[in-house]
Design a protein around this ligand. Structure first.
Ligand code: NAD
Length: 498
């Protein structure tokens, strides 16, 4: 059996803890490899290596650091087909979707090639007589990243690219479900010229994660995963004096006003709710048609499309979506569908009994559509993370606006309408971090930034974009006067710039 180890100090290393986890092939349900799960000592060794490498890396001028990222992007692009197949084989998303996972990560690396410009500080000449003030942003040291299974290329790159571009060293603990792509990305970083120790991958579970977030040499923690863990990591990192940004789960609504272009809505919903088997933090899991007339038509059209979805092996280009990541994820989703039925929602399309020919043990769940879901039901309140869309009918616009606004999650939301004023009002008042107007999955481009509100995000700086540069650096303010400048008498009064 193949064993996936770690990537520390510039090379692959075998695990020494003696503890391993199983990596499945979700298409078949078979165990395809085992992954080393680091203990606290191995994790500490990776942090030590990063700590050693960081100062020399920070001393590279920012253009040189930028050039490493440019070469890295080229190397990843040249290998994108192989990487996408590898990613798909462990995650279960289609190869086409895996390409998107890689591409959206590279877009952030591309933004970070602008680091010479992004790190420029400010200067005030003559802030007082003979006195100048300038500010610089300096790296913070070692940054740790902990990532979820659902974007094993994109989220590690969202975290690592701004961290290392800013002059930090980075220790990534990726998801133990699909660990191979992060290890390959680490090799490509070194091939691109990144000094050993600047980007490290420690595979593991809660043990490695907690070793990172409590290690005194780690200055900041960036986490993406489910909300309870995001909250735990945020609190623990803060208790240990670290900067933290922790992103959690979601329940993303798509509101359909009566004047919406229904073709656009149905197309958007099918892709956003069922793409990647619904295992996206920006997946739409709740459709909110306003008024019964549009609800009837929407449910009728969706039912036909959902029943016709091609669910099959992730490696088959004909599949609309593939299996879930694990047997545990499959059971969890099936349990939620049973729960929805028990709670009284109407299961219009039932994907529970789906069997994929020649892949009977794969972790598949067919597309499911619930109608007449109400806000008190657990299938509405909780994140299912599977190919399940719930329709919650709203009597009017205000009732529709209240649903995402009052939900405990606040990651993404969308409204479909032809009415510009209604869309504008919605965007202004809804209590959610990312809003799409006739756009079902409003993941911002790499030079803006990504972050949810409420229990979808803990911390005040978003992922990627200029927020990420702020997260990964700290400002230093320098006030200067040279000898020969006017003034200079000692004074016992707090200095003012007169
Ligand atoms: P998860 O919370 O189970 O795991 C996330 C990471 O936390 C993994 O690396 C895991 O090993 C680690 N971990 C496990 N136990 C830990 C502990 N006790 N302390 C610290 N870390 C621990 O999430 P998942 O199932 O891998 O991913 C799906 C979840 O991620 C969903 O809730 C999804 O909405 C969320 N997600 C959010 C975003 C976002 O940007 N808001 C993006 C992608 C995914």
């Amino acid at each position: 059996m193949r064993t996936i180890g770690h990537f520390i100090d510039g090379s692959r290393t075998a695990g020494s803890s003696g503890v391993t986890g199983e990596v499945f092939a979700p298409d078949t349900g078979e165990v395809q490899a085992e992954v080393a799960l680091a203990d606290a000592a191995e994790t500490a060794a990776a942090v030590q290596g990063a700590h050693r490498a960081q100062a020399a890396w920070a001393a590279w001028n920012p253009q040189r650091r930028s050039r490493v990222l440019t070469r890295f992007i080229d190397l990843v692009e040249a290998e994108a087909d192989d990487l996408a197949r590898l990613l798909s084989s462990e995650h279960g998303k289609t190869v086409a979707d895996a390409h998107g996972d890689i591409q959206r990560g590279l877009e952030v690396a591309e933004f970070c090639t602008g680091i010479p410009h992004l790190l420029k500080g400010e200067f005030t000449e003559g802030a007082g007589t003979g006195i100048d003030v300038h500010s610089v942003r300096q790296p913070i040291g070692v940054v740790a990243g902990i990532t979820p299974f659902n974007f094993p290329a994109m989220i590690p790159l969202w975290q690592a690219a701004p961290a290392i571009a800013s002059g930090n060293a980075f220790v990534l603990k990726p998801s133990e479900r699909d660990p191979s792509v992060p290890i390959r990305l680490a090799e490509l970083f070194v091939e691109a010229g990144l000094p050993p120790g600047v980007f490290n991958v420690v595979n593991g579970d809660a043990v490695a994660a907690n070793a990172l977030i409590t290690d005194p040499r780690v200055a900041a923690v960036t986490f993406v995963g489910s909300s309870d863990l995001a909250h735990h990591v945020y609190k623990t990192a803060a208790e240990h004096g670290k900067r933290a940004q922790c992103f959690g789960g979601a329940k993303n609504h798509l509101v359909v006003l009566p004047d919406a272009d229904l073709d656009l809505v149905v197309d958007g919903l099918v892709g956003a709710a069922y793409g990647s088997a619904g295992e996206r933090c920006m997946a739409v899991s709740v459709a909110v048609p306003v008024g019964d007339a549009i609800a009837e038509e929407l449910v009728g059209r969706l039912a036909e499309r959902v029943a016709g979805l091609r669910v099959g092996p992730s490696s088959d280009p004909a599949s609309d979506f593939g299996p879930l990541v694990s047997a545990a994820a499959q059971k969890r989703v099936l349990d939620y569908i049973d729960l929805g039925v028990a709670e009284g929602a109407e299961l219009v399309v039932d994907g529970r009994d789906l069997k994929v020919a020649d892949h009977e043990n794969g972790f598949f769940v067919g597309g499911c559509l619930f109608d007449h879901v109400t806000p008190d039901m657990r299938i509405y309140r909780e994140e299912i993370f599977g190919p399940v869309l719930s329709v919650v009918r709203a009597a009017d616009y205000e009732a529709a606006l209240r649903l995402p606004t009052e939900h405990e999650y606040g990651n993404g939301v969308a409204i479909f309408t032809r009415d510009g004023q209604a869309a504008r009002d919605f965007a202004a008042r809804v209590q959610v971090g990312m809003v799409g107007i006739n756009v079902p999955i409003p993941v911002p481009v790499g030079y803006h930034s990504f972050g949810g509100w409420k229990r979808s995000g803990f911390g005040d700086l978003n992922q990627y974009g200029s927020d990420a540069i702020r997260f990964n650096t700290r400002p230093k303010l320098i006030t200067t006067r040279w000898s020969g400048a006017p003034g200079g008498a000692s004074d016992f009064v707090i200095p003012t710039m007169s």
